[in-house]
Ligand binder design. Structure first.
Ligand SMILES: Nc1ncnc2c1ncn2[C@@H]1O[C@H](COP(=O)(O)OP(=O)(O)OP(=O)(O)O)[C@@H](O)[C@H]1O
Ligand SMILES: [Mg+2]
Length: 290
């Protein structure tokens, strides 16, 4: 297989991601390995705060490859995602030119590298060095950008009419993330490997929390993870994510809370639940004010 080897095996992926602070479950480790080995883009879907974006960052840390990020949003267009011409500079050049030169000469001069503004997709494709390309929150863009992604990620090449075709020297490790607020096209999915990330097992979540907040008491960590699990079982507007578990751990440590009893939970619930209706429900269901 051509190109760089990202991870030697699923075990290697698991170990090196772990060393860089990302605790991957078996499915994630296998998928990370395959993404590198097959040089196919990876689409990661799942609820907020389960480590989708962090996975791309962790691959970059674990492999030493630079991260190029395209943050998607409504209204993102080709000029922001791929490239655009630096019109201002072109105009200045045209004004500065003596009237003597022909339009063709001027044209050939202003549609050159010097006047090209490369955006993340083109940047990632043109880099000689190993690159992780993170296309974050694809579901927030319009269908047109999806079409553009489809083109770029199928052949890893971009045609700029005035300059010609730019082909990737080495394929980036591509991670697309989505909260699944809308269905992505089948055509895009077909080109990707797919990973559904969900809330971790209690055991792995405890590992993540204690790794990030090493000073946290083991017993509290256990209580915290168990409580988070109970909260996730409630039908809440926004279930607590891993990020909130970690924040909660930091909070409990800062407050020097030694036991996560109902009072302690009640006092710090705002770190975990950010809707008053969710808080009310939790108080009711967990009988915090019994
Ligand atoms: N497997 C993991 N190992 C270590 N830390 C993790 C893991 N998964 C998630 N985290 C922690 O959770 C935080 C939130 O993860 P991340 O930002 O990747 O969420 P996300 O899935 O991209 O959410 P969103 O959809 O809101 O963007 C990370 O900053 C990281 O600290
Ligand atoms: Mg994210």
């Amino acid at each position: 297989m051509s190109g760089p080897r990202w991870f030697a095996s699923p075990d290697d992926a698991s170990r090196r991601l772990g060393e860089s602070g990302y605790l991957a479950d078996a499915a994630t480790a296998v998928t990370a390995y395959l993404t590198g080995a097959l040089e196919k883009p990876l689409l990661v879907e799942g609820p907020a705060g389960v480590g989708k974006t962090e996975l791309a960052k962790a691959v970059s840390r674990a492999t030493g490859a630079d991260l190029v990020r395209l943050q998607c949003y409504e209204g993102l267009d080709e000029a922001r995602a791929l490239y655009e011409w630096n019109y201002k500079k072109q105009l200045l050049r045209i004004q500065a030119e003596s009237a003597g030169s022909s339009w063709q000469e001027t044209h050939d001069e202003i549609f050159t590298e010097e006047f090209l503004l490369t955006r993340p997709l083109l940047t990632a494709i043109r880099r000689d060095e190993a690159t992780v390309l993170l296309v974050d929150e694809v579901d927030k863009t319009d269908v047109e950008v999806e079409g553009l992604l489809l083109e770029v990620l199928s052949d890893f090449q971009v045609t700029i009419p005035e300059l010609g075709t730019v082909e990737a020297v080495r394929r980036p490790f591509v991670v697309l993330t989505s909260n699944a607020t809308r269905e992505l096209s089948e055509a895009l999915k077909r080109r990707c490997l797919y990973l559904h990330l969900d809330y971790p097992s209690a055991e792995r979540e405890r590992e993540i929390v204690t790794r990030q907040v090493p000073d946290l008491d083991e017993r509290i960590a256990e209580q915290l993870v168990a409580t988070i699990g109970r909260l996730r079982d409630l039908d809440l507007k926004k279930s607590p994510s891993i990020a909130e578990s970690v924040d909660w751990a930091r909070t409990l440590l800062a407050l020097e809370i030694k036991d996560l009893d109902t009072t302690a939970i009640d006092e710090t619930l705002g770190v975990v639940l950010k809707h008053s209706s969710d808080q009310a429900k939790a108080v009711r269901e967990l009988r915090l004010r019994a």
